[in-house]
Unconditional design. Structure first.
Lengths: 115, 115
């Protein structure tokens, strides 16, 4: 497709379950970013990939969060043993490269609700 | 640390009137600043960016922003507001951690344009 796509669009899960969120970046974009948008914390950076490599994982809120990217394209964000405070909209963005001249293009997000 | 502040949670303006959405920043070195807009249940859409050059930056949908170094501000403006401009607006600054160029966002300002 022309833009960044994310799936699922909505996910409701029970506390303690694992969830996987998927991001499909714009074709040819080498940089991929994950952000989280929640009422209490606003928009916060989680992790980025340059190709398949994630040089900076400092934004991940806990060791229950992990992410991978394969083939320089699709990325998955995995949250293990979900907690209620994980409820948020998870946004993915991509850009041509990580340079500051390159604006990021965002997907529609995955709304995660942990009950 | 890089940061941006959006002092107004909400801005109300009548259709046809000029609008301003405020943003101030705190960075070390040269700032790289962005504005994004978020419509309901949609991802963030890029509006404009300031990297270097002219202080008045023109962007999408008739929006512009004025970079003011002495006031450390990057206010978003539009000469004549439309009802369809009603949305959530985010100011962002490039985060200089590592080479990822991830974004640090302000808290967002909800713009309400009334007919």
């Amino acid at each position: 497709g022309a833009g960044v796509s994310q799936s699922p669009s909505n996910k409701v899960t029970e506390k303690g379950k694992d969830v996987e969120l998927r991001c499909d970046p714009i074709s040819g974009h080498t940089a991929l970013y994950w952000y989280r948008q929640s009422l209490g914390q606003g928009l916060e950076f989680l992790i980025y990939f340059q190709g398949n490599s994630a040089p900076d994982k400092s934004g991940l809120p806990s060791d229950r969060f992990s992410a991978e990217r394969t083939g320089g394209s699709v990325s998955t964000l995995t949250i293990q043993r979900t907690q209620q405070e994980d409820s948020a909209v998870y946004l993915c963005a991509s850009s041509l490269r990580t340079g500051e001249m390159n604006e990021q293009y965002f997907g529609p997000g995955t709304r995660l609700t942990v009950t | 640390a890089q940061s941006v502040a959006q002092p107004e949670d909400q801005v109300n303006v009548a259709e046809g009137n000029p609008l301003t959405v405020k943003c101030t920043y705190s960075v070390s070195g040269n700032p790289y600043l962005f504005w994004y807009v978020q419509y309901p249940n949609r991802g963030l859409q890029f509006l404009l960016k300031y990297i270097t050059g002219d202080n008045l930056v023109k962007g999408s949908y008739g929006f512009e922003a004025e970079f003011n170094k002495s006031q450390t501000s990057f206010h978003l403006k539009k000469p004549s507001a439309l009802v369809s401009d009603s949305a959530l607006y985010f100011c962002a600054v490039r985060d200089k951690r590592g080479a990822g160029n991830m974004l640090t966002f302000g808290g967002g300002t909800r713009l309400m344009v009334k007919p």
